[in-house]
Design a protein around this ligand. Sequence first.
Ligand SMILES: C[C@](O)(C(=O)O)[C@H](CC(=O)O)C(=O)O
Length: 310
Amino acid sequence: MSHQQEQSISPGRRLRQLLATGKTLVCPGVYDGFSARMALAAGFDCLYMTGAGVSMSRIGMADLGLTTQTEMVDTASMIANIDPKIPLIADADTGYGTVANVFRTVERYITAGVAGFHLEDQVVTKKCGHLKGKECVSLSEYLTRIKAAVEARKTRGSDIVIIARTDTLATHGLDEALRRLRAAAEVGADVVFLEAVSTKEQLQRYCDAFRGTGIVTLHNMVQGSAQAYELTPKEAEQYGIGIMLYPAICLLPAYVGITKALRDLKSGLIEKDSETASPAQIFRVCGMNEIQEVDRKVDDWVQKFETDKT
Ligand SMILES: C[C@](O)(C(=O)O)[C@H](CC(=O)O)C(=O)O
């Protein structure tokens, strides 16, 4: 494949190619430029933009449905374009309103360079799927969201991957949750996402329900959550899970590490930590060398230009 052809592959197609391998795609949750840069440097094939992370890092609020469409699109666009070769799956929560809002969210995610997104059936004033007291909309209202997303994809001639999430396992039980996911797939979702799986039996039934259907299953691995069924990527592969999200993989160590550093500073205890990084090191992770290379090339060009003139 030529360089130009390689560049012109859409984000959706890149993600579809990864899913077609049949291997479990492990996606670390990132929420800002710095966490995205670290995940890219670690060599992941796909990133996940966690809505919980965006909510906390961008507006300083817990995952309670407070971020706006604009804040989500803006963050997704920045992350997706750091390295457009690495597809980004973005949280789209409830789509941020009614049918027209969902349609516009999807149009804007497509323009932003997002490869895939998930849309759920909680009420618009949603909360993290692993908290108690969730409420969900009716099946028909949920399907209007999925249909609006499918229409936006069609209107834009896009191949963005639509991931249908249901939160009804907690509110209505497994039968209803599976019914909703099947219905969403019939409307045009490519991937299904059963939120807050808490037992092996639920996981098994979920995976069995979609095995051999061509619909990819996603498992959300919220580390540390009481509701999450813990699973390694290797085990996920055996269940036939296509995508594993790790929404908290950067958030939890950031919380622990930063809190410790701040407490130490506050108590006057600043020891020379052998594990600490240098500013230059973290600038390098964030593209310093590449930008300096551009500077050098432009300088060379200016010098040649000036010489040729005289
Ligand atoms: C996947 C999720 O929607 C997210 O925002 O990352 C959250 C994760 C979390 O709150 O830890 C969810 O599971 O609802």
